[in-house]
Design a binder for this molecule. Structure first.
Ligand SMILES: NC(=O)c1ccc[n+]([C@@H]2O[C@H](COP(=O)([O-])OP(=O)(O)OC[C@H]3O[C@@H](n4cnc5c(N)ncnc54)[C@H](OP(=O)(O)O)[C@@H]3O)[C@@H](O)[C@H]2O)c1
Length: 333
């Protein structure tokens, strides 16, 4: 029986949020497997802010060409194999793209990681807390070099990366304050995740609330947002504070991102470091093992927002920029 593959192709480069038609669904038969290939059924797709960047710019990865399947990380299961490294039933994560099926080809350079079946652990955790976001939080917090008693501020704090970064801060004995866009998110990070404080940046007095929540200044900024939020946090940094630049989501949908004025960096002798999770690939197993242990012992909690249906992926991408997700945003294919 010939299988049909639905694919979301990039048809135009979005301006602002994705508009209908920027990604369009197309159907084609799955080709016969050649020697050295495996066919994987995509089960879950990781919805990441960087996808919006891949649509419009050459950055650390090349821009997605018009007419091609939109790049995305996914969780998939091998359904047929003529590839020496995979057998039917193997579970993998990697760059599956926004589609139902992906062919893993021995001769291509695409990277897929085999995943274990862990009792009582959902498959989607390998896209979030034990996947890219958990690893990003882990290595970002390693750069932050947290010390007991430091005040750590995390922006996009109820998101996939921020929620884990804040909890790692708590494990290291920091006083952790999160910035998020709804009262529900603020309640989740303080009541369930143990953050010491939370500030809803959509309230008009959020700057005063941030000052009240950080009476001794800020030692570490785990920066996910950029723009006005980062500016306010940087203004409150203590001498020799560390700013870990993980992402600038407030700028990804804008042609002219609101940049931060960095005069304070000199006066406060701040240490600013950007990083990309790709650079830490050789240490993923070490970090995932540590994250898994923390999760097992209840020190790390995670939450997911699951959107059903491949065709809903464009709406899901927009949810990242309107704050529609709590924790990891995933599309169930
Ligand atoms: N450096 C790396 O290797 C790396 C790897 C992964 C992710 N990242 C970065 O980490 C950040 C978080 O990514 P994620 O995947 O964990 O997404 P996420 O935090 O789960 O989702 C994005 C969240 O950002 C907040 N947000 C969106 N636009 C905003 C704005 N204009 N101002 C303030 N908050 C805004 C929204 O929450 P609110 O309701 O709070 O607004 C939204 O829920 C992104 O900047 C991403 O690019 C970097």
């Amino acid at each position: 029986m010939t299988l049909t593959n639905r694919q979301l192709l990039l048809q135009s480069r979005p301006k602002g949020l994705l508009a209908p038609g920027d990604l369009q669904i197309s159907e084609s038969p799955v080709p016969e497997l050649k020697e050295g290939q495996a066919l994987a059924k995509v089960k879950y797709l990781s919805i990441d802010p960087t996808m919006r960047v891949w649509m419009v710019a050459d950055t650390y990865l090349p821009i997605v060409p018009i007419g091609e399947v939109m790049r995305a990380i996914g969780f998939a299961e091998i359904v047929e194999s003529r590839h020496p490294d995979y057998k039917k039933g193997d579970r993998v994560s990697g760059l599956t793209g926004l589609q139902d099926y992906v062919i893993i080809d021995k001769s291509a350079k695409t990277f897929f990681q085999k995943l274990p079946k862990v009792p009582f652990v959902s498959d989607t955790v390998f896209l979030g807390a034990l996947g890219t976001n958990g690893l990003t939080a882990f290595f970002g917090m390693e750069i932050a070099a947290p010390k007991k008693g430091d005040t750590l501020v995390v922006s996009a704090a109820a998101g996939a990366t921020g929620s884990i970064a804040g909890q790692i801060g708590k494990i290291h004995g920091c006083r952790v304050v999160g910035i998020a866009g709804t009262d529900e998110k603020c309640a989740w990070i303080t009541k369930d995740l143990g953050f010491d404080g939370a500030v809803n940046y959509k309230h008009p007095d959020w700057k005063e609330k941030l000052a009240a929540a950080t009476p001794n200044g800020i030692d570490i900024d785990f920066e996910n947002v950029g723009g006005e939020i980062m500016q306010e946090v940087v203004n409150r940094m203590n001498l020799h504070g560390r700013v870990v630049v993980c992402g600038f989501i407030s700028g990804y949908t804008k042609a002219d991102p609101n940049m931060v004025s960095l005069g304070t960096v000199i006066v406060k002798r701040l240490h600013i470091q950007g990083f990309l999770i790709l650079d830490y690939a050789s240490r993923f197993v070490e970090a995932a093992t540590q994250l898994g242990q923390w999760k097992m012992f209840g020190k790390l909690k995670d939450r997911e927002t699951i959107v059903e249906g491949l065709e809903k992926a464009p709406e899901a991408i927009n949810m990242l920029f309107t704050g529609g997700n709590i924790g990891k945003l995933v599309v169930k294919v």
